[in-house]
Design a protein around this ligand. Sequence first.
Ligand SMILES: C[S@@+](CC[C@H](N)C(=O)[O-])C[C@H]1O[C@@H](n2cnc3c(N)ncnc32)[C@H](O)[C@@H]1O
Length: 269
Amino acid sequence: MDPRLDDNLRWWDERVPLHVASDFYDVAGFLGGAETLRPFELEEVGNVVGRSLAHLQCHFGLDTLSWARHGARVTGLDFSEPAVTAARELAERTEIEAEFVTADVYDAVTALGGRRFEIVYTGLGALNWLPDLERWARVVIELIEPGGVLYLSEFHPLSGIFGDDELTVENDYFAAVDGVRIDEGGTYADLGASTDHNLTLEWNHGLGETVSALLSAGLQLELLHEHEHTLFPRWPFLEPSAGGYHRMPPGRPRLPLMYSLRARAPQAA
Ligand SMILES: C[S@@+](CC[C@H](N)C(=O)[O-])C[C@H]1O[C@@H](n2cnc3c(N)ncnc32)[C@H](O)[C@@H]1O
């Protein structure tokens, strides 16, 4: 693995048990049958019954297992061993058939034995951990069956340019080649948690950069939606809204807070 990602791995390994125990991820709700996938994702991916689906950067597998509940044959991949172990435990507890593999996403083709999938699914805080999106897109297309799709659902990179309290522009929109070093305790799922490994290296990949990487790899863009809601209170003034989303309150400028895209691999010649 790229040694620049070592701190990120330590950060994630330490957060896994905190996340499994958090209200944010609500494992008890999941065990009780709650849906973790967002309505727009279910609609934009469509029927998954009997279809093979690889979930890249699957964390501890809640969304992967949710796709299985909808009928997909799922494989999750994540570089954090504790995340993969927790995902396997959840699969066992819920008696959901699923495979989980520990690997760096850049090694996914080898780690998944050269297999191809009808759907590759990823996102929701995934791309910001990856230094090189062109390389990532070349991995993604190698994982998709001819005619299959990538479905990506992500936080909008525009929201990354602002400070955490107000809409003041504090950060670059464009990803710095060397990434941005962040030193922050706790986690988005448990802000007050006490943690030892707090350094990360992250990249705010712009929308144009992401789409261009996918097109360069040979994928064909089918849909690109920008959403005015997000999944967590990105700023203190966001308001909770139906479906568990958070939105700008009336009177504030409406900004894209998430986006989703579907891109198709060409049919075999
Ligand atoms: C925020 S989570 C992904 C979102 C997920 N849908 C969720 O919230 O449950 C980011 C995941 O990316 C994984 N990750 C980060 N860098 C990675 C890499 N280079 N290869 C594989 N997994 C990576 C982390 O271990 C973490 O589980």
